[in-house]
Design a protein around this ligand. Structure first.
Ligand SMILES: [Zn+2]
Ligand SMILES: [Zn+2]
Length: 622
């Protein structure tokens, strides 16, 4: 029966005819969308609206819109591939940058095959085919999938449930949805690459061929994307890291476990030395703690109950131990090792704490997602009244670091979630301290309502680099939980025991991650103070080798990082090689240098700095 219903569209109340599709309602109101939420649930635009409800539109700029679009492209890919090849279907999800589909096929796909499939996809897309949702019983679904052994396996997990399929032309695929409305919304499509993957990621299962692709809802977007992709590749820390010998992984060691060759290790050490000095200047005390501890410790801290699947646990003489995933419990025990007076507070412990966390092998990437990493970790123990000043100090420190590395940043403050530990008063006081500190520093910030951890409010810093890339940066976290769990106190002025406030903070987060960010940010061309090798020393002929060695020794004694190049190659080739490796200075050693003791530092751009040894030492003194 026709009638009017009330619908709230993107926050605006309107009246519509009962039975209209969401697509019709959106179009009538000039709203561009790929998918919608109806009363909070994601649904197809083809869904008919038969009762009062709230609708939200999602276009390609939203995560939901984009992933629905990409996933719809994956169906199109499966359709086209099935038209051209004899394949069995695996899975075809959206990923952050596009989509893939896994196929069981006798041969692997060639570049030519990809082009053919891509053409077929474009051909089908032009037909304006609708994505139609079909719901059937489990038994019916089983019949429909009798030719798709992998899909049948997926189906088995849904015995007795209502099963949904999506039909696109002659192609029907098992799928929960949602999908975009029609293939005509897919304006551009490109298949990018192939790889192989075991069914369900298990090496005992058959090997499938995976095809990756990308698609866009507007003409011209693909070109921009491909250009960006090219530029991204040029500064990809994994590629630069390999070329410059900055880090290394080996299958025998395992994924996500980083080995640092000499130049990477030098860079890492420069970062650590620099950061340690800055911490000491700011009143932090360096501590060091073990890499493993009894499971008991992790039970007290709560990590055993809430973080177990990320921890590596093992046995020593029948007792369970865990490899360190967090430094906090150790720092707490160091604080607690004696009674503390208010006069001692704040105490700021700092450690380069190497931790190990179990990440899924499929998610490990370069330096960004690893299983072993070193945190520049600090725990500040203070009173409630000291929170604000401590945060202000931290914000100064943060600003100093970001300027030093020429990075920009943004600040968010996350407040109390519905489920939280600690009293309302504690939360209010701490949250206000965070906000006041940020305000008093004149920094802009955004509030993220209810997004704090259950144990306290926090500040998150989002870093942006020269290319506009955004990175999750430092976090500053107030914690009401661990001081309770470990019963951490101090004796106040009035002689009474009071609960300590604990602040967790890591400024680089993990050194690995920071190194990855810096490699991309500088494209491997580090400022002189960071460069793993600062001066390449090249004797112009055999007879100056000894003198070159003595020059090298003197520079090294002054903590200038050098490399003496004694290879059998022409001078020009050596200079070019040093430039390629982004070594800031080349120093040729010949007759003039030996006799006059005046040296030439040749910069990457060819400019020369003439200087005595004393002047060179001064140049590097920063
Ligand atoms: Zn689907
Ligand atoms: Zn911590």
């Amino acid at each position: 029966m026709a009638g009017k219903i009330k619908v709230i569209v993107n926050g605006k109340a309107i009246e519509v005819e009962k039975g209209k599709t969401i697509k019709e309602i959106f179009e009538k109101n000039g709203i561009d969308a790929l998918v919608a939420k109806m009363d909070g649930e994601v649904v197809d635009l083809a869904t008919k609206v038969s009762k009062n409800c709230t609708l939200e539109a999602f276009d390609f700029n939203s995560d939901i819109g984009r992933s629905t679009f990409f996933h719809s492209c994956a169906h199109l890919l499966a359709y086209a591939t099935k038209e051209l090849f004899d394949v069995k279907l695996g899975i075809g999800p959206a990923i952050a940058d596009g989509f893939f589909y896994d196929f069981y096929v006798k041969k692997s796909f060639s570049q030519e095959d990809l082009s053919r499939i891509e053409e077929k996809m474009k051909e089908i897309a032009k037909k304006d085919l609708k994505f139609e949702r079909i719901e059937v019983s489990y038994e019916e679904a089983k019949k429909m999938l009798s030719n798709e052994p992998f899909k049948l396996q997926l189906l088995e997990e849904h015995k007795g449930e209502k099963i949904s399929f999506y039909k696109l032309g002659d192609f029907v695929d098992l799928c929960k949805g949602p999908h975009i409305y029609s293939t005509s919304q897919i304006k551009e499509i490109k298949l990018l690459s192939t790889s192989t993957a075991y069914w369900k990621g298990n090496e005992n299962n058959p090997m499938l061929q995976r095809i990756y692709g990308i698609g866009f809802p507007k003409e011209g977007m693909l070109k921009g994307y491909l250009k960006e992709l090219e530029e991204k590749k040029e500064r990809d820390h994994r590629i630069i890291g390999r070329e410059l010998g900055l880090f290394y992984t080996n299958e025998l060691v395992g994924g996500g476990l980083i080995l640092y060759p000499e130049e990477g290790a030098a860079l890492l050490q420069v970062l650590k030395d620099f950061e340690l000095q800055e911490h000491i200047k700011r009143g932090y005390k360096l501590v060091a703690t073990p890499h493993i501890a009894r499971a008991e410790l992790w039970k007290v801290s709560g990590h055993y109950d809430y973080y177990k699947e990320h921890m590596f646990l093992f046995k020593i003489e029948d007792e369970e131990f865990g490899i360190k995933a967090m430094n906090c419990p150790f720092h707490i025990l160091l604080f607690k090792r004696k009674a503390r007076s208010y006069r001692e507070l704040p105490i700021r412990y700092f450690e380069f704490g190497t931790v190990y966390r179990n990440e899924f092998s499929g998610t490990l990437t370069g330096l960004f997602r690893v299983r072993g990493f070193t945190q520049d970790d600090s725990h500040i123990f203070c009173t409630e009244d000291q929170i604000k000043d401590e945060i202000k100090n931290l914000l100064d420190f943060l600003d100093f670091l970001m300027k030093k590395f020429e990075l920009n940043y943004m600040i968010t403050i996350s407040t109390k979630p519905d489920k939280a530990l600690g009293t309302q008063e504690q939360w209010e006081k701490a949250t206000k301290a965070l906000i006041d500190a940020v305000k008093e520093k004149g920094l802009k910030f955004e509030i993220r309502e209810k997004e704090g951890a259950f144990y306290g409010p926090k500040i998150d810093v989002l870093i942006t680099d020269t290319y506009g890339n955004e990175w999750q940066g430092p976090t500053i976290q107030v914690d009401f939980n661990l001081p309770e769990r470990f019963d951490v106190n101090y004796i106040d002025k009035d002689g009474k025991k009071k609960r300590v406030v604990m602040i967790h903070r890591a400024l680089f987060g993990s050194l690995e991650r920071m190194l990855g960010i810096l490699i991309e940010h500088y494209k491997g061309n580090f400022p002189v103070w960071l460069a793993p090798i600062q001066v390449e020393i090249i004797p112009v002929s055999q007879e100056y080798i000894d003198f070159a060695k003595s020059v090298e020794g003197e520079l090294r004694n002054n903590k200038i990082r050098t490399e003496l190049n004694l290879e059998e190659a022409s001078l020009n080739k050596k200079i070019l090689e040093a430039t390629k490796r982004n070594i800031p200075y080349v120093m040729l050693i010949g007759k003039k240098e030996k006799e006059e003791k005046v040296f030439s530092l040749r910069k990457k751009d060819g400019k020369l700095i003439k200087a005595s040894m004393e002047e060179i030492k001064k140049l590097f003194e920063q």
